[in-house]
Design a protein around this ligand. Structure first.
Ligand code: PGA
Length: 252
């Protein structure tokens, strides 16, 4: 049985005061009780990881963890501006997003680089959240599943059975930050295709890997999305900035 996992991705948002209030509201809400067997995380910008880590530790909810939004593919050395997986681990991170479409697009990240980042994360005890997804043009030309299958197959060829310790996030690029959420059935179809493809590699891996949906998830659409058999939770951008909306999605 796969757990339901909801992760917030703040992107380049937040400040010391707002972060403090966010963690307080979310912890307070979660302390009142959450559905059993679920896990939650929040991926904060690098400069706020220490602060958020301390705040989350104070509320000591076993199911709420810290995450980062990216990681270096290198161990250490002359890589100005990069942050290593061991540093993230030291700051208390559990999760790290790799291959978000914004990084693939703005920083020319390839599937190979994304896999190397995932390996670094795994080697340091972090759970990578590997993002995949098609553009609007690819979807409109009927190639959504083919594009996502290509991304997954390149991850499988490099990560092999270590994929069992990763999360996959299907984030159609046309749905990110646009308010155009994929319908639950459209998302389910791609999630199913991903799981079938993982099963071609290893049935056990396929049945264990949690596949999150991301792209304009809101409290109003989370219930329907999370009810789908192959949707195991969500990666939440814009709506995660509001702690009450994030809580509502976590409770969906
Ligand atoms: P969104 O972003 O929820 O704002 O669409 C999701 C993401 O990019 O992870």
């Amino acid at each position: 049985m796969r757990p339901l996992i909801v992760i917030g991705n703040w992107k380049m948002n937040g400040n010391l005061a707002a972060n403090r209030e966010w963690v307080q509201i979310v912890c307070h809400g979660m302390e009142k009780g959450m559905p059993a067997g679920r896990r939650y995380g929040v991926c904060a910008p690098y400069p706020y990881l220490a602060q958020c880590g301390e705040l989350i530790q104070t509320c000591s909810l076993a199911f709420l963890s810290l995450g980062a939004q990216d990681v270096s593919a290198h161990v250490s050395g002359a890589y100005t501006g990069e942050v290593s997986a061991s540093m993230l681990r030291e700051l208390g991170c559990t999760y790290v997003i790799v291959g978000h479409s914004e990084r693939r697009e703005m920083h020319q990240e390839t599937d190979e680089l994304v896999s190397e980042k995932a390996l670094q994360a795994l080697d340091n005890g972090l759970t990578p959240i590997i993002c995949v997804g098609e553009t609007a043009v690819e979807r409109n030309s009927g190639r959504a599943v083919e594009v996502v299958r290509g991304q997954i197959s390149r991850q499988v060829s490099i990560l092999q059975d270590r994929l069992a310790d990763c999360l996959v996030a299907y984030e159609p690029i046309w749905a990110i930050g646009t308010g155009k959420v994929a319908s639950a059935q459209v998302a389910q179809d791609v999630h199913r295709a991903i799981r079938l493809q993982l099963a071609e590699f290893d049935e056990d891996v396929a049945s264990h890997v949690c596949i999150l949906y991301g792209g304009s998830v809101k409290p109003e659409n989370a219930v329907e999305l999370f009810a789908m058999p192959d949707i195991d939770g969500g990666l939440i951008g814009g709506a995660s900035l509001n702690p009450r909306d994030f809580l509502a999605i976590c409770q969906a």
